[in-house]
Design a protein around this ligand. Sequence first.
Ligand code: 0RA
Length: 642
Amino acid sequence: MTTAEQQYSADKIQVLKGLEAVRKRPAMYIGDTSTRGMHHLIYEVVDNSIDEAMAGFCDYIEVILNEDGSVTVRDEGRGIPVDQHPTEKKSALEVVMTVLHAGGKFDRATYKVSGGLHGVGVSVVNALSEWCWVEVRRSKKLFKQEYQFGIPQTPVREIGSTRRRNGTITCFKPDTSIFNNTRFSFTAVCERLRELAFLNKKLQIKAVDNRTPDQKREIEFCYTGGIAEFVEYIDENRNSIQNKPIYIEKEREGVPVEIALQYNDSYSESIFTFANNINTIEGGTHLIGFKTALTRTLNNYAIRNNLYKNSGFSLSGEDVREGLTAVVSIKVAEPQFEGQTKTKLGNSEVKGIVESVLGESLNEYLEEHPPIAKRIIEKCQTAARARDAARKAKELTRRKSALDSGTLPGKLADCSINDPEHCELYLVEGDSAGGSAKQGRDRRFQAILPLRGKILNVEKASLDRILTNEEIRTIIFAVGIGVAGLDGELEMNKLRYNKIIIMTDADIDGAHIRTLLLTFFFRQMQPLVRLGHIYIAQPPLYRIKKGKEEHYAYDDDERNNILHRLNGASGVAINRYKGLGEMNPDQLWATTMDPAKRTLKRITLEDVAAADRMFTILMGDSVENRRAFIEENAKYVQNLDV
Ligand code: 0RA
């Protein structure tokens, strides 16, 4: 063998080893092998086209869900280079498609995506696909390569000529033995593509669902207003106190900074930060810079213009963020992603950059728009007063409960062990079910908190009203980490239960209470949701008895299957549970609370901005929009729980 041939065989072994590693432990590369992981395959491929767009060479991307379960991603960038790699004896395209983290070998001198689950490289997508092919158009020539389970079936071939512009098409079919029969959600794909279109102003992204021949869907996303339109989209169901968002776009020290913000008459804080198009859910230096500049600039403006009655008064960070919706998007050449989910931006230089850009531009805006400036400052002062009242309300309950011997609320039946890791808190609808749960539970690690009636809709209530609400106060005390509106940073280390389980009746009222609770956790204890501490209990719908045999069914299909197994319905008693209260403590334990037998749905938060908008629609003022949303998303809303 020649040296080159030896090198080639060594490379090939290396490639096969790499593919094998990915297929053996897919979760290490894409997070998990659920629907979520499978969606990340699409996002990984799309990210490569987005990189090309960020570099200024691509203004059109198309994503198609095909009937056979495959996905096509097409872009009009420069096309992945196909020329022969000097030492590796194969096409650059083949290297990109088969070698782990090969992206870096072709430095495109752009703002690379390399955080979170993204940026693992298309070779990972290829390895986890039953089959895949890539077609490249470069200088009027057409090239193609095909793969199975990541292994090239042919070398890169020139298959013809074309008159069309340069570009890349990737088509892949996820391996069903790894993603067992999961289905792509067109809604979820669209949410991410819409977000990418907001973040990359003027980029045109088309989403096509071709899976059901007579129900084809096609949506195009293209926003000339960029993240200013993103803010308007998030706030579509809120009442803004401005005509249009404040929009800032500036580059400083080689870092492009884009900020859009507007105030509305709600009490929620909705700030979304992105670094290189990655949603930095855990925040980081850009968020810190944003918060610092916002608080300082508003206070300075108000003092300079004599808008505070008391000298010495100043607005707190929480005050200036109440009712604020903002999107911050920055791009850095070498992003450092930190934190538990690698979604916290670590680049220290970014704090000062964002702080100075926002400080200057916001100040300029306020000076040029005095009536809006005045309205914003007044709104923040109202927030400060409510916060003051809330603090007093909290103090009062603290003293009162201190007098009541224990510090924990009386209605809470706590568990006996202290290690939060093993503890669960059941939030139970109604006193009667609460009573059964208290008797049926394993009191060593299960705590029960019965909730009477509907809890307050936090989407429409000010902080002092939220904190004077009996049910909510009890939840806050029981959970132990504080609330965002009052305490800012939550103290996750004080979390008293690892699992917080919402247990409501399987009817409309139950669903409503569940949504109210989810809204509360989303707005006031978001890390609990993000870190997967919130669960929904799944009580059975039916009890089926035949002689001594007893079965529980959790939906109609299961009931029918059981009846079928029991040979028809003769001598069979079917009991439909209308509410949790109809179960005795033993039944409740056996069906819904026993960790060995129960099923819990864990709440996940894939797209915080989409969830935010969804809660404003579900819990907000517009009945019309709510009805339209539920009709359009009937399936999706159910899956809100998943
Ligand atoms: C490296 C260099 C060049 C283009 C690309 C990568 C590229 C990669 C992908 C992945 C999906 N779509 C893409 N489009 C382009 C530029 C090579 C040159 O100088 O022409």
